[in-house]
Design a protein around this ligand. Sequence first.
Ligand SMILES: [Zn+2]
Length: 208
Amino acid sequence: MVGYSEAPYDSQRHPLDNKLKRLPRFRFPLCQRAGRGILKSTLSDAQAIPPASGTYALLLFCPRSREVHVGRLGPQTISRGWYVYVGSAFGPGGLRARCLRHLRPLRRRRWHIDYLRSAAALQGIWFSGDPVPREHLWAEIIDGMEGATAPIRRFGSGDCRCPSHLFRFWPRPSFSAFRQQALHRLPAHGPISAFSVGTPRQARRNAL
Ligand SMILES: [Zn+2]
């Protein structure tokens, strides 16, 4: 299991030692460690994201190559770089609730993207309150952007025909280029905005 290790049990030692050794030692994933510093301001800023249903993309950065177990997809190598994951939020609480979930430390892993969080920290969110689900269109557009690769087949796309909903970039992908392409491809597309994670200075740097 990623981000978690349990000390080995040794029955030859003092009972108290054994008791202490049985206690699991938690190693916080990178994003959660980073998240502790930015949590307050970022979470309050994220209240500005509309509670409407819509489509979103998470922009993440992996600072060094790591192996991550991604649910049923098994162990996967996440190399250093930028990642864009596309999803949609058409359940209760809409975009705001979903974005807050991605920003908060995880209690349990549910989706493939939850496993990636142990290797890559969230830097920004692109979102649109367009009432029609656009995630597959977004995945196609992002896949076609300059420098995009899809390193893990079927990541986040187990129930659709897209090869993947996760794309790797180096250097960082441009939000304005993405928005331009989406609006060019579908002029009737609803407005697309970006939310930057971090301090105001980091947020300015992450905005484009
Ligand atoms: Zn899809």
